[in-house]
Ligand binder design. Structure first.
Ligand SMILES: NC(=O)c1ccc[n+]([C@@H]2O[C@H](COP(=O)([O-])OP(=O)(O)OC[C@H]3O[C@@H](n4cnc5c(N)ncnc54)[C@H](OP(=O)(O)O)[C@@H]3O)[C@@H](O)[C@H]2O)c1
Length: 254
């Protein structure tokens, strides 16, 4: 039937670069997309983790590449994307996913945590855009998936800086959407609620960690996020899913 495509047919063969692929949402997305025929290029600082994941996917007949990547280093993000293009000929999807959430009240002045969140959650996304955009412009095709959060829509006491970084991801994604229309590039920003990953481990303040632990009691599996990514990238080329927000059904907070 004209206009009807199965999900796997439009994911199959796509070259997908994922930052923060060593755990949580990034790893789950790599697994799902690879099972649907995508070629995944995995970046994270923990090389042994992404190497093991690439081996696992290759063992199941998939194609995958793992490269040690710190998203706070522009040259490393550029190397990740350039390697995907050199190895596989192009980049179809750039998923800017790496992030952390060491929440604390502002009055505790955890300046190093603020800096890390700004460097990874905001500048990391910008570096991903810088690395992939020139290739996508040349191709006249491509798709950015940026990961925000429900904290990019609402602010909670104790989460001001994380929330600010995730609001920034929304703003950057909307600006990108407006600017890349002439190049036939798609942009999707995904804002998850509580999903069961290693993210709560990045909280260092014990009292804040306890509050986060309570919220994450109802967290849903990371495959829920991976399905959102698969939905966005499996749409026909002329369909641009710009924003997805989802939560555990029982999540009230945030
Ligand atoms: N889980 C949730 O409930 C939730 C909700 C909303 C939004 N999010 C967002 O989802 C994204 C993924 O987080 P997650 O939940 O999957 O948490 P996670 O399991 O802790 O994964 C975070 C990933 O980010 C990577 N990362 C951290 N710093 C990095 C750096 N400097 N360079 C490269 N990679 C770095 C980590 O890899 P390495 O340590 O190996 O580098 C890891 O792969 C984040 O942006 C987070 O803010 C998560």
């Amino acid at each position: 039937m004209k206009g009807v495509q199965t999900m796997s047919s439009s994911i199959e063969g796509k070259i997908v670069v994922i930052t923060g692929a060593s755990s949580g949402l990034g790893a789950a997305t790599a697994r799902l997309l690879s099972s649907q025929g995508a070629i995944v290029v995995l970046g994270a600082r923990r090389l042994e983790r992404i190497r093991a994941l690439a081996d696992e996917l290759k063992g199941r007949g998939g194609k995958a590449l793992a490269l040690e990547t710190d998203v706070t280093k522009l040259e490393q993000v550029t190397r990740l994307v350039d390697s995907a293009v050199q190895e596989f000929g192009r980049i179809d999807v750039m998923m800017n996913n790496a992030g952390l959430m060491p929440n604390s009240p502002l009055e505790r002045l955890k300046i190093e945590d603020w800096d890390r969140m700004i460097d990874v959650n905001i500048k990391g996304v910008l570096y991903g855009i810088a690395a992939a955009l020139p290739h996508m412009k040349r191709q006249m095709a491509g798709h950015f998936i940026n990961v925000s959060s429900v904290a990019g829509h609402k602010v909670r006491a104790g989460g001001a800086v994380y929330s600010a970084t995730k609001h920034a991801v929304l703003a950057l994604s909307e600006g990108l959407r407006l600017e890349v229309k002439p190049y036939n590039i798609r942009t999707t920003v995904i804002s998850p609620g509580a999903v069961d990953t290693e993210l709560p481990k990045s909280v260092t303040e014990p009292d804040i960690a306890e509050g986060v632990r309570k919220i994450y009691e109802l967290a849903i599996p990371p495959e829920s996020f991976a399905r959102m990514v698969a939905f966005a990238i499996s749409q026909p080329d002329e369909v641009d899913v710009n924003e997805i927000i989802f939560r555990p059904t029982r999540q009230e907070q945030l």
